[in-house]
Write a protein of this length. Structure first.
Length: 277
């Protein structure tokens, strides 16, 4: 029997199993298989995703391996990045509070703030259909409804839908269908957004490869981009998620979308444990 050390972390309830690379090597398992085992909420630690720091990257201060609970690779995760930033700084894997991380979505730059929150420069949103990737119309039919959608990539694909109904009810009913819709060849995360005011929204998400989660950082960013593009909110927005609130700022617009988007929110430890394989 093999035993490895695991740290459980969460950002607004979006939870992750963080494992050092030397601990991972002890398992002799492919990373996708370990992710499925360790993220299982009945037979494992239980998490939305698994994160393994990757040292020795040449173009950045550090990198990561990130896997969803179903064993698929996620190019980027905003809540996971905040937790990762806190973890690698506290472990001494980086020695500064603002640094660069190599991800599947490119280089991301988190910053640990004095109030304990983490601010992440999430890069620029991608709106070109072929890069999302998206192949369809801005009206999408799912079950008994037709939705006006805004496709956005934050390194991973998102389908943002503004609603007047309860966002959670909508996510539960339509999320699984839209995730696998033919418009999105690599599947998609789906956000159901209710606008509260010009500076505040409520969002519920059905994540690709995970299902309903308490929070999604890239989804919060994609939601604000969609709201700004559709003139529903201002550039600084409080995003209320099932697990808490994050703050998103994007100064882009339809004419000038190539502006960085910033995500700020909490990152917390839950526990450390020894996991027996």
């Amino acid at each position: 029997m093999t035993t490895i050390k695991v740290t459980k972390m969460q950002g607004c309830g979006n939870d992750f199993a963080v494992i050092d690379f030397d601990q991972y090597k002890k398992t002799n398992l492919p990373m996708d298989e370990l992710a499925k085992k360790i993220c299982d909420r009945h037979f494992g630690i239980g998490a939305d995703g698994m994160i393994i720091p990757k040292t020795g990257t040449s173009e950045t201060d550090i990198g990561w391996y990130f896997y969803n609970s179903d064993g698929t690779i996620a190019q980027m995760c905003g809540n996971g990045m905040r937790c990762f930033a806190k973890y690698v700084y506290d472990k001494g894997l980086v020695n500064k509070k603002e640094f660069s991380v190599l991800t599947g979505a490119g280089i991301i730059k988190p910053q640990l703030l004095d109030d304990g929150t983490v601010k992440v420069n999430m890069g620029t949103p991608v709106l070109e259909d072929e890069k999302i990737p998206f192949n369809g119309e801005r009206k999408l039919k799912a079950l008994d409804r037709e939705f006006d959608i805004t496709p956005v990539s934050m390194g991973n694909p998102h389908c943002v839908i503004t609603v007047n109904d309860n966002p959670m009810d909508m996510a539960l009913k339509y999320g699984p269908v839209i995730e696998k819709h033919e418009f999105f060849p690599e599947k998609t995360n789906t956000e159901f957004v209710k606008v509260i005011s010009k500076t505040e929204i409520e969002m519920r998400v059905y994540e690709r490869g995970c299902g309903i989660t308490l929070a999604c950082g890239t989804g919060a960013c994609a939601s604000v981009v969609a709201c700004v593009l559709n003139n529903l909110t201002e550039e600084k927005v409080k995003v209320n998620l099932l697990g808490g609130a994050v703050f998103v700022e994007w100064q882009g617009n339809k004419l000038n979308p190539k502006k960085d988007i910033f995500l700020t929110g909490p990152a917390n430890y839950s526990f450390t444990a020894e996991y027996m394989l």
